[in-house]
Design a protein around this ligand. Structure first.
Ligand SMILES: *Cc1c(COP(=O)(O)O)cnc(C)c1O
Length: 344
């Protein structure tokens, strides 16, 4: 196949260092990895292979389609959205275990013969999960539960809800046959030992996202988009560029047009706000990001020519602030046109 004109540089050492740091912060608890949404856009198999090599044993995806793409690679995968009727054949094949969320899913699982499963209990987020009352009434009795888990609604904030959720989960200790309990996502790990239970489930922070200030010095950037220059031009003073003419040159401006746009997940919020880089030279985005193309000023590196490559600034907290997108969206939106290139 033809080489792509845009690529994601994915830093193995940074990914592994992030997991090791989160594992250390998890104390005695094991540290897993959320690799749903294709490993937050990086590529689930590539992420899982590298983290398994570092010692990670627990992987979480959202759907059975995602589990099927990992089947046969030897990872211990749990499917967060449980088991619909449509999923039972895949579940029976043993490629992963469901995280059961509702009384209906639990009945379906028992009818299908049961077997090892996880269960999500709702402790206040009111998204997925059985209620505490259902657990206390015996809904889970006799189930072969590996991990009884819950999910924090406000872990990235200093909210009283965090402690309430941890207490609610802790009070279920011993009420089921679960081998382990689990609560913390990335931000939850930073809340400390009371939130670690037996297993933590970071996603965002593995990939360099920083959900809480405590993690800022701890995590490394993993993902860097790079794009090739398709055309060089010079804007004369008074000329504008791009859709809706959102940038007008006040003096002659050297410009490069990059092969990247919002269809690649380089969102329109980067219009007049993002920045590319070659070496130490900062090359600001000018005008509106379009579907497949983005213009930058190359005043700081006028020697750039058609075919050269530039990196886009993608340190996630800063890129989120610049674009108005969440750090999660900046990862999971990364499109299929990138060549994904893992470096050591
Ligand atoms: C996505 C998800 C995680 C990981 O969350 P991050 O905020 O990305 O660390 C953990 N647990 C559940 C249930 C999830 O859905």
């Amino acid at each position: 196949m033809t080489d792509a004109p845009l690529r994601l540089r994915l830093d193995t050492a940074a990914l592994v260092a992030n997991w090791r740091a989160l594992d250390a912060l998890s104390g005695a608890a094991a540290c897993g990895a959320a690799i749903k949404a294709d490993g937050y856009g990086l590529g689930a198999a590539g992420v899982a292979e590298r983290l398994a090599g570092a010692g990670c044993r627990d992987f979480f995806v959202a759907t059975w389609r995602e589990a099927e793409r990992l089947a046969g690679l030897g990872f211990d995968v749990a499917v967060l959205h449980g088991a619909r009727a449509e999923d039972m054949a895949a579940a029976a094949s043993g490629i992963a275990r469901p995280v059961l969320n509702t009384a209906t899913q639990i009945a379906r699982w028992r009818e299908g013969g049961g077997g090892r499963c996880d269960v999500m209990v709702d402790t206040g987020m009111n998204r997925l999960g059985v209620s505490i009352a259902e657990v206390e009434d015996g809904l889970l009795d006799g189930l072969a539960i590996d991990t009884l888990m819950s999910h924090l609604a406000c872990a990235d904030e200093d909210s009283a809800m965090n402690a309430r959720q941890a207490t609610a989960l802790r009070e279920l200790g011993g009420r089921t046959a679960a081998r382990r309990m689990s609560l913390a996502n990335s931000a939850g790990i930073a809340l400390g030992a009371d939130y670690a239970f037996d297993l933590t489930r970071p996603g965002l922070a593995l990939y360099g996202g920083v959900p809480r200030g405590e993690l800022a010095g701890v995590l490394h950037q993993v993902v860097t988009p790079e794009a090739q220059i398709l055309q060089r031009r010079t804007l004369a003073a008074g000329e504008s560029i791009g859709y809706n003419a959102l940038f007008t040159a006040t003096a002659a401006t050297e410009v490069a047009i990059l092969n990247i746009g919002y269809a690649d997940g380089y969102w329109r919020g980067f219009s007049n706000a993002g920045c590319a880089r070659v070496g130490d030279a900062a090359l600001p985005v000018i005008g509106r990001v379009s579907m497949d193309l983005t213009a930058i000023s190359v005043a700081a590196a006028p020697g750039l020519v058609e075919g050269d490559w530039v990196s886009l600034d993608y340190a996630l907290p800063a890129a989120a602030a610049a674009s108005g997108m969440s750090q999660y969206e900046l990862l999971t939106g990364l499109g299929q046109r990138f060549a994904r290139v893992w470096t050591a």
